[in-house]
Design a protein around this ligand. Structure first.
Ligand code: G3H
Ligand code: ZN
Length: 287
């Protein structure tokens, strides 16, 4: 069932768990995530970065694939199709293409321009039944060309953006896209607590979900995080499983080079990663 992410995230906030956003890149990724969500009876958010959208030949193709797959696989758990780190233009294109949720990442604009653009997109998204996420501060590291300085979000700015009517809010709290460096200081829980207090219970979003220790994930959820984004970890497990298949020479045995066989270990690895995350986030049996 393709739905906006508002209801599932409000339920997660009230039930003290988080819903995972897993980024998709192709058919295998999408199918692995949808099947795992259904098997675990968990709500799920499929994230599409602008780069991945282009790679999959555009947002219309993505929306058509996801909708057809939900129907054909008989996926009954709530699924949101969400633009990840969207530009102003990208957000409009996804609303048009049939996504059910968008993120407008206006964190690189001056606050006034971020406010103006967010206000316009909130109205547009809500008028079409979509949910909308905004970002304050920035997520460190790089994801698909989106580079952030890792600036900790200011609680007053978070309140200003939350008050515009966005449905959930990403705040930079020392989180980083990609692998965490060995000298990473950890999440800034003091900042998270202040942001949580300042924003009247809006579901908060934790980006850079790859490699955050379980105890920090639990603490973040206890402080209002209701959506956790994971991308790199699925890519790493897919690559690892595919490498093992090839290094074992399986592609050279019989029809092992058939892409349906070659991609199978990676597909199973994504499923295992998504399962582990859903269990950690507490979203199992919350559909
Ligand atoms: O927007 C998506 C993410 O924040 C994922 O971050 O690649 O570090 O898991 P990650
Ligand atoms: Zn992100």
């Amino acid at each position: 069932m393709l739905v906006s992410a508002t209801e599932m995230l409000n339920k997660a906030r009230d039930g003290h768990y988080a819903v995972g956003q897993f980024n998709i890149n192709n058919l295998e990724w999408t199918k692995a995530i949808l099947l795992t969500a259904q098997e675990l009876n968990s709500p799920v958010i499929l994230g599409v970065s602008e780069g991945a959208g282009k790679y999959m030949t555009g947002y219309k193709t993505v929306a058509a694939m996801v909708k057809a797959m939900i129907e054909t696989l008989n996926i009954t758990v709530p699924v949101a199709l969400h633009l990840d780190h969207g530009s102003y233009e990208g957000a409009k294109a996804c609303i048009e293409a049939g996504f059910s949720s968008i993120m407008f990442d206006g964190s690189h604009y001056a606050i006034d321009e971020n406010v103006a653009k967010t206000t316009e997109l909130v109205e547009l998204a809500h008028s079409k039944g979509l949910s909308i996420e905004a970002e304050v501060g920035s997520i460190g590291g790089e994801e698909d060309g989106v580079i952030g300085a890792g600036e900790i979000a200011d609680p007053a700015e978070c309140k200003k953006i939350a008050d515009l009517g966005v449905d959930f809010l990403a705040a930079g709290i020392g989180n980083i896209h990609g692998k965490y460096p060995a000298n990473w200081k950890g999440l800034d829980f003091e900042a998270l607590e202040k942001i949580h207090e300042a924003t009247n219970g809006i579901p908060l979003v934790l980006h850079g979900g790859t490699g955050i220790p379980a105890d920090m994930i639990k603490k973040a959820i206890s402080l209002g995080v209701s959506k956790i984004n994971v991308n790199t970890e699925c890519q790493l497990s897919f690559a690892d499983a595919t490498r093992k298949y090839i290094e074992a020479g399986k592609d050279l045995e019989g029809k092992g080079f058939d892409p349906r066989k070659l991609l199978a270990p990676g597909f199973e690895a994504i499923k295992a990663t998504v399962k582990e995350k859903m269990e950690l986030f507490g979203s199992v049996n919350k559909a």
